[in-house]
Ligand binder design. Structure first.
Ligand SMILES: [Zn+2]
Length: 248
């Protein structure tokens, strides 16, 4: 009976994004979550996010939750850890194609956008391939809570390059009208095929890629049950700050 119930829940959730927190709550200094990784993975086996105090980039692939160290090295996340921001789904490839000699991230995004049937849905993308160069960044743990989180993010992140890397881009594209809740546009993380190194994808050079796309028409949003979330000023306009923090 329990198995049947969980199967039904999973079938129901197969084409939904489940998101914890908002990009705005994160940048309004709500950097502690109340949902654990164990709970999060009930809602998806694929996704991206971050950890309490921004301690590393989160990459979820085939149900395994990876966490980056400041130097980009990958460790397995502790299932008891809490998360202030993440977006997950049960990945189901609905459209797949190959791309040869893609020069950089901008060119890839341009190709992906051509394949999206509408700009009003959410898309999960899984892109595997060989890259001549991958440029990544990793957030560093917040040690001083007095610095606004968006400033911390801009000043305290490690950036590094991988040359001749084989790996997978994991990400989500959200429409502009969800910009106050999700990261509008592409939010992409990368993990190499050995699962040793990864991070937030900044750019890449020259790649041959196998692309898989999933269209998502259902969005579940879990607000954070905490005093920080209750007190955060989420009704202020801060799109410039969001754009600055996400793009740098
Ligand atoms: Zn990221």
């Amino acid at each position: 009976m329990f198995y049947l119930e969980s199967l039904i829940v999973r079938l129901f959730m197969i084409s939904q994004i489940f998101q914890v927190g908002t990009i705005k709550s994160l940048l309004t200094d709500v950097c502690l979550g109340d949902v654990s990784i164990e709970e999060l993975t009930k809602y998806g086996n694929f996704g991206i996010g971050t950890f309490d105090y921004l301690e590393g980039e989160m990459i979820i692939l085939d149900g395994i939750v990876y966490k980056t160290e400041p130097n980009g090295q990958i460790i397995l996340a502790d299932t008891n850890e809490k998360i202030p921001f993440a977006a997950v789904t049960f990945f189901d490839s609905q459209l797949s194609f190959s791309l040869k000699n893609i020069e950089n991230l901008h060119s890839l995004e341009h190709e992906l956008l051509k394949h999206f049937p509408s700009y009003n849905y959410i898309y999960a993308v899984k892109i595997s391939g060989n890259f001549s160069n991958v440029k990544l960044r990793c957030a560093q743990k917040i040690e001083n809570k007095k610095i606004p989180l968006h400033e911390h993010l801009i000043k305290n992140q490690s950036k590094f390059n991988l040359t001749n890397s084989k790996g997978t881009i994991i990400g989500v594209w959200s429409p502009w009208y969800l910009k106050e809740v999700s990261v509008s546009g592409f939010h992409l993380h990368y993990i190499n095929s050995e699962k040793r190194v990864g991070g937030h994808l900044v750019d890449f050079e020259m790649a041959n890629l196998d692309v898989e796309i999933m269209t998502i028409k259902q969005f579940t949003f879990q607000m954070i049950g905490s005093r920080d979330f209750e007190k955060a000023n989420l009704n202020q306009h801060m799109q410039d700050i969001i754009s600055e923090a996400e793009k740098k």
